[in-house]
Design a protein around this ligand. Structure first.
Ligand SMILES: [Zn+2]
Length: 376
């Protein structure tokens, strides 16, 4: 059945001027998501590499590479796709053999440093082979939606901000926004799922990155009736405190603050996911968007106000009214959407609170009550 295919995917020569000196591989990170495993290697700009795939073995060869002792151990990651990793080096090349469970689709590329990552990054994505995935469970997917429509369950999309390579804001004591948003989102999802007539869907369930456009598509594909993105705020000053809620503004941010925030949120595009919506998507989106915008804006405002009212009972409010911003995640046609900044992770007191399970529960409960009130 299987032909032996040796596929030479790509050879990159980014910078040959340092060909003589060693390329340091500073760090390795792995992220497992339902659809792919991502391997990230922190390296130098001069990295020269090639990737070969032979059924269930992926070989990454890096010219003149040097490993650091302290990160060597991190290389031996195992998950549902990677069975085993071996390293072999000869005079000029270092080879990494990733033994995999299946024949995956491999994508690779390099990313430039940004304010979160100071090194150049080499990224390998191992995607599940789509044709196989569809074959293995066609019935489950098809029956899901009609059932929900029949029982007219309200689908609430909950979007834990950031994830994987994108840590979000980093707190005063180094907590990561991505971990806090996921915890609160899961608590909120549990409450919603225990409510008759409601069902929660998370845009991510673990520590992996989901592109912003993909998050929107998840909401659309599930016929979501609400979209709630959960975040934690951050500014330079340690004293800023309290929750705020953002709704979409077509023209983008209404205040300088909102504009700054919008920039930093949309910047997450740098984490290696193509954010371009397909041409057809874009066109379709525009139609849906124009058609439903007016009503949706009012609905988002209403939802935002209901959530703020509840947040006010459990902590400070940074802004008493919903703010407008043009976040990519909020551009969901026809779906009332809000982005909740639960508190300031940059404020040591609030960071502590955000890490406390009881407080996380309170926050989830406040958002939950806001949703219930919205529907009343
Ligand atoms: Zn955020």
């Amino acid at each position: 059945m299987h032909k032996l295919i040796v596929l030479l995917i790509s050879i990159f020569f980014l910078n040959t001027s340092y060909a003589d000196s060693k390329t340091t591989l500073y760090d390795f990170r792995f992220w497992t998501s339902p659809e792919r495993t991502r391997i990230v290697i922190d390296t130098e700009q001069s990295v020269r590499f090639s990737i070969k795939q032979d059924k269930t073995q992926v070989t990454l060869s890096v010219k003149n590479a040097k490993l650091l002792n302290k990160t060597f151990k991190k290389l031996f990651y195992k998950d549902q796709r990677i069975k085993k990793t071996r390293v072999k080096r000869d005079k000029n090349t270092m080879r990494f053999f990733f033994k995999t469970f299946d024949d995956y689709l491999i994508k690779s590329y390099t990313l430039k440093p940004n304010n979160k990552y100071k090194h150049h990054r080499l990224v390998l994505d191992l995607y599940d082979n789509k044709s196989k995935a569809v074959k293995s469970k066609p019935i489950k997917k098809k029956t899901k939606k009609p059932t929900d429509i029949k029982t007219s369950k309200k689908i609430i999309l909950i979007d834990p901000g950031h994830g994987g390579e994108d840590p979000g804001a980093i707190g005063y004591k180094k907590s990561k926004e991505k971990n806090i948003t996921l915890k609160i989102a899961k608590k909120l999802a549990r409450k919603i799922n225990q409510t008759k007539g409601m069902k929660a869907i998370l845009t991510r369930k673990g520590d992996y990155y989901v592109g912003l456009a993909k998050r929107i598509r998840i909401a659309q594909a599930n016929n979501a009736s609400l979209f709630i993105s959960i975040h934690a705020d951050s500014v330079k000053s340690k004293s800023a405190k309290g929750a705020s809620v953002y709704t979409l503004s077509v023209r983008g941010g209404s205040t300088k603050f909102a504009q700054r925030l919008e920039r930093s949120q949309n910047m997450a595009d740098q984490f290696g996911v193509e954010e371009q919506l397909g041409k057809n998507d874009k066109y379709l989106n525009k139609i849906l968007w124009d058609f439903s915008r007016k009503d949706r804006d009012t609905q988002s405002q209403k939802l935002g106000n209901k959530i703020l009212k509840q947040m006010d009972k459990i902590g400070y409010l940074h802004k008493k009214k919903p703010q407008k911003a043009g976040f990519v995640v909020l551009k969901t046609p026809a779906i009332p959407s809000v982005l909740v900044e639960t508190a300031f992770i940059s404020n040591p007191k609030e960071e502590k609170r955000l890490n406390n399970i009881k407080e996380q529960n309170k926050i989830a409960n406040a958002i939950y009550k806001g949703i219930l009130n919205y529907y009343e």
